[in-house]
Ligand binder design. Structure first.
Ligand SMILES: Nc1ncnc2c1ncn2[C@@H]1O[C@H](COP(=O)(O)OP(=O)(O)O)[C@@H](O)[C@H]1O
Ligand SMILES: [Mg+2]
Length: 361
């Protein structure tokens, strides 16, 4: 699937823009502050219902405007044309697709499998565990039809149980949530663990290509409780007094994590930012490749400021890898080195200036 048109109104510095991308590589070129990231952000929002740059209140809506709109036309994998739009007036998103309101934002986002990579994405390797759980859950949301229902079930049980913990409940009252919590939690764990097993070979291959000097990449996974020793239900029972003391649930898949490491090499804390970026990129592209293997089409790939922190050798390896995909790619940057057109002769170039976009093709 690919976007055939992207429009936005009152998004950051833009009063309005309208782009007609190609199904291959789209290069957004402009100086700092021109609006490149904002365009990538618009695509990301279609796929996630949120920005990678903080909350709506942090300035997504153009200063002085009351609402923002993002609209798009796209072609699905069967070649059928669709249109959809999101608007936000400071409270909530309203979504429409093919002329009808869509109540459920997740349902809207399910049409837009987008993987984006931006300068903060090295946090996938070196940042908080929440980033890594989200990464897994994004894939599972798209590839496992039963996942989302379990995820919702689990999060509801977690919320209820945490609310209850703050009221000094009787053991039986608390135990009433344990079964629901444990059953959905075990299901999420199962999905995540098996997904990581499937992801791992692609991650190893890609990271070997991008970081041949760093040895074999490994993935380790922690379920969020001592899963090899006990069931989640037992872990809940064992942790009950502690949970009552702290007022929140200390075990379960909301505490899960996975770590990427380089075998026999540096500890994660010692990765350079460039290395962390390449490892994060390897994980993201492995995710894209795994998506293809399971869904039979590629997700849209967005790279904001791709060249930053990559030397020309590593940059070339990444672009060469991307040239083997058949998907819509968006890349932003401040410069246009010849390597782009060498590797992607059919790319479409967009010049982004303060609030205006022009294309040459
Ligand atoms: N809510 C807003 N209203 C108006 N302008 C904004 C808002 N938020 C950000 N900007 C401006 O939008 C411009 C584009 O930002 P950005 O997309 O990050 O540019 P780039 O990625 O090209 O460096 C910046 O000059 C920024 O100051
Ligand atoms: Mg930017």
């Amino acid at each position: 699937m690919h976007l055939t048109e992207l429009q936005a109104a009152n998004l950051r510095c833009f009063t309005e823009f309208s782009l007609t991308p190609v199904s291959g590589v789209n290069l957004l070129l402009g100086e700092n502050g021109a609006g490149k990231t904002s365009i990538i952000e618009a695509i990301h929002i279609l796929g996630y219902g949120r920005s990678f740059r903080g909350r709506i209140r942090d300035g997504l809506i153009k200063q002085g405007a009351s609402a923002l709109q993002i609209t798009t036309r796209w072609q699905d994998t069967q070649g059928a044309a669709h249109q959809a739009g999101l608007s936000h007036s400071g409270n909530d998103w309203q979504a429409r697709q093919d002329g009808a309101d869509v109540d459920n934002l997740s349902q809207f986002c399910s049409h837009f499998p987008v993987l984006s990579f931006e300068p903060g994405s090295h946090a996938l390797i070196s940042g908080p565990a929440e980033n890594r759980r989200r990464f897994l859950d994004w894939a599972l949301f798209h590839v496992e039809p039963g996942f989302y229902a379990q995820w919702r079930r689990y999060n509801r049980a977690l919320k209820q149980r945490n609310a209850l913990l703050k009221t000094q409940p009787k053991t039986e009252t608390l135990a009433a949530w344990d079964h629901e919590f444990a059953e959905s939690g075990e299901a999420i764990h199962f999905y995540r663990q098996h997904y990581l097993d499937r992801l791992s070979p692609a991650f190893q291959t890609i990271s070997r290509e991008f970081l041949p000097e760093c040895g074999t990449a490994t993935i380790s996974y922690a379920a969020g409780w001592r899963q090899s020793q006990m069931s989640l239900l037992d872990a809940l029972r064992l942790n009950r007094d502690r949970d009552l003391q702290t007022g929140f649930c200390g075990v379960g898949p909301h505490r899960a994590d996975w770590q990427a490491g380089l075998e026999g090499q540096l500890q994660q804390e010692h990765f350079s930012r460039g290395q962390a970026k390449l490892l994060a990129l390897s994980a993201l592209l492995a995710q894209a490749q795994q998506f293809l293997a399971e869904k039979h089409f590629w997700p849209i790939l967005c790279f904001d400021d791709l060249a930053s922190e990559l030397d020309s050798g590593h940059f070339k390896r990444v672009l060469s890898w991307l040239s083997g995909t058949q998907t819509q790619i968006w890349i932003s940057g401040t410069e246009n080195p010849p390597i782009y057109t060498q590797i992607f002769p059919a790319l479409k170039l967009f010049h982004v200036e303060q609030g205006r976009i022009s294309s040459t093709q």
